[in-house]
Design a protein around this ligand. Structure first.
Ligand SMILES: Cc1ncc(C[n+]2csc(CCOP(=O)(O)OP(=O)(O)O)c2C)c(N)n1
Ligand SMILES: [Mg+2]
Length: 586
């Protein structure tokens, strides 16, 4: 963005918007036109930008998120004013919670009509103020290029997030000049990426002093593309690693130092390691309640090193001993240098007993599941086979619920950006549009949406978008004919009283016919014996989207589990089964 382009040429505001998006490097937009944004759709026809016409704006937003999460590029979506814009609210909130770089362009009613309750007027700037990293209302056409440049800069730097640019119809229709800014001047916005040397030294000192450290790896490690550096530090020090729901793939699941995912449905080893540690090194994680359980009893003996690009995260939930503000990759680079110097001087940590303890828990309480006694299909088995047959390099998205947790647990993630889900907001319906966006960004990679029968019924209309626009995603519906995760809580905490969680979705709708109606291939599978052949068949179809209805046992539950609000010490390995730790080594 250093070069001045198109200096002073007279254009419409709409042309200026499209030129600005081109200048920002945009190649793909997901959206739906309507009255207020209509002027912008005309020059879009002549642009090199590919616009993908979705069926619902929520789909456009989640597609932009999937696109961004898979590729690291800013995802872009576009909608008209009023209902078009409000349909973007869920994806914006989702992107805000999960730090996804995204720009949403919305049309707004003409400037003279703002505040009159005009047709399709909604104060989308006001509505999205708390759920965007930043947002703008543009009424002056001359401002369009600067605001677009700023939006992309803000979305993609520092802690990434969604930025909304609301442009009035009057600005789009007016005559203006196009000047792409040579540089961006945002005096109030200067994210710090370089960590402070003193804090790094302090962190290194704690690392060497501690006897029971854990690397607590969060989504920030994925966003800062720091997997290589993470592995270097982990192997240099020998410290055990846990990866949160947002960080699956940041560290290879097959690595012996990896204890798995912490949290409500984390592995016993990951939960126990955090709980019993004397030092937690948090790397782009945020001590979310789903990870800490009851905060007062979380990791009572641990000191905390908290590294994050966003200073507001540090100390938010848990007292921090060593705060480090910076980009996680840069933090890791500096920590590696310091720890290498220490190692050369003969200073290394003594973690032997701790590593043995963690490895022991990992072995004793490995992830597992019971096969249904009636010979029915175990959802975990389907997901395990999906991961094994699709192999590394496959991208997985998920909806929200039991299937999401099993997809996080039973696929072995070896590389970053291959696991994309709605972690913070927990948005049902994320999987299909998220997969669509990921496939547009990474067309050469297989993309599986692992979806619930409930979630799928929220956003499956984007299968039409996929079929028409040659976006051959694959969808695995884990059909337990219910809102399974809610049902699981009813089983455990409401005496098996199943209020409003039965979806009857083995009967209605017929997912195979629905897939076919959308121009996709529809397959069904209900026996463990057919799982491999069905997945292989789906893997062979690459010209159209494929939907597989895996008709699974409805009573399967997600284990381990820390019940909401309780202490991580209360983790259950299976129903009424608490793990026993041999702590002699500690
Ligand atoms: C938009 C939205 N509404 C409601 C919820 C609450 N909720 C969480 S999981 C879940 C059940 C999801 O059912 P399904 O997609 O079939 O997944 P399963 O748990 O059965 O695998 C519900 C209703 C939510 N997370 N998001
Ligand atoms: Mg379900």
């Amino acid at each position: 963005m250093t070069e001045q382009q198109g200096s002073g040429e007279t254009v419409t505001g709409a042309q200026s918007l499209v030129r600005s998006l081109e200048a920002a490097g945009v190649t793909d937009i997901f959206g739906i036109p309507g009255g207020a944004i209509l002027p912008a759709y005309d020059p879009l026809m002549d642009s090199s930008i590919r616009h993908i016409l979705v069926r619902h704006e929520q789909g456009a937003g989640h597609a932009a998120q999937g696109y961004a999460s898979a590729s690291g590029r800013v995802g872009v979506c576009m909608a008209t004013s009023g209902p078009g814009a409000t349909n973007l609210v869920t994806p914006l909130a989702d992107a805000h919670m999960d730090s996804v770089p995204m720009v949403a362009i919305t049309g707004q009613v003409g400037a003279a009509l703002i505040g009159t309750d005009a047709f399709q007027e909604a104060d989308i700037r006001g509505i999205t103020m708390p759920i965007t990293k930043h947002n703008f209302l543009v009424t002056d056409p001359a401002e369009i290029p600067v605001r677009i440049a700023e939006a992309f800069h803000i979305a993609s730097t520092g802690r990434p997030g969604p930025v909304l640019v609301d442009v009035t119809k009057s600005a789009l229709q007016a005559s203006t000049t196009f000047d792409w800014p040579a540089e961006i001047s945002l005096p109030g916005y200067r994210p710090v990426s370089r960590p402070h040397a003193k804090q790094i030294r302090e962190a290194a000192r704690l690392l060497l002093e501690s006897r029971k450290p854990v690397l607590y790896v969060g989504g920030g490690t994925i966003r800062s593309r720091a997997s290589k550096e993470l592995r270097t530090l982990a192997e240099l020090t020998g410290i055990p690693v846990v990866t949160t729901l947002m960080a699956r793939g940041a560290f290879p699941d097959s690595h012996p130092q990896h204890l798995g995912m912490p949290g409500m449905h984390g592995t016993v080893a990951a939960v126990a390691a955090l709980q019993k540690s004397d030092l937690i090194i948090s790397l782009g994680a945020r001590f979310d309640d789903r990870v800490t359980g009851n905060l007062d009893s979380f990791a009572p003996g641990a000191r905390i090193i908290h590294a994050d690009i966003d200073p507001a995260e540090i100390g938010k939930n848990r007292f921090t001993d060593v705060p480090i503000v910076g980009d996680i990759r840069e933090v890791l680079v500096d920590l590696i240098t310091t720890m290498r110097t220490e190692a050369d001087a003969g200073n290394t940590g003594d973690y032997e007993g701790w590593v043995a303890f963690c490895a022991g828990v990992k072995k004793t309480y490995a992830l597992g599941y019971e096969k249904p006694a009636d010979g029915g299909l175990a959802p975990q088995y389907v997901i395990e086979r999906l991961g094994a047959i699709s192999g590394p390099g496959t991208i997985y998205t998920a909806g929200v619920g039991q299937h999401q947790m099993w997809a996080a647990q039973f696929v072995s993630y070896e590389t970053p950006n291959t696991w994309i889900n709605s972690g913070g907001l927990g948005t049902m319906g994320f999987a299909v549009p998220g997969a669509m966006g990921a496939k547009v960004a990474m067309p050469d990679q297989t993309v599986w949406a692992v979806d619930g029968d409930g979630c799928f019924q929220m956003t499956n209309q984007e299968l039409a978008t996929c079929a028409i626009n040659n976006i051959p995603i694959k969808v695995a519906i884990i059909n337990n004919e219910s809102l399974g995760m809610v049902r699981q809580w009813q089983t455990l905490f409401y005496n098996s009283r199943y209020s409003n969680t039965d979806l009857h979705s083995k009967r209605i709708p017929d997912f195979v016919k629905l897939a076919e109606a959308y121009g996709c291939v529809g397959l069904a599978c209900e026996s463990p014996d057919d799982v491999d052949a069905t997945i292989r068949k789906a893997m062979e179809i690459n010209d159209v989207p494929v939907v597989v209805d895996f008709r699974v046992h409805r009573d399967a539950m997600v284990w381990p589990m820390v019940a909401a609000g309780t202490s991580n010490d209360e983790i259950k390995y299976a129903r009424d089964l608490a793990p026993q730790f041999d702590e002699d080594d500690l």
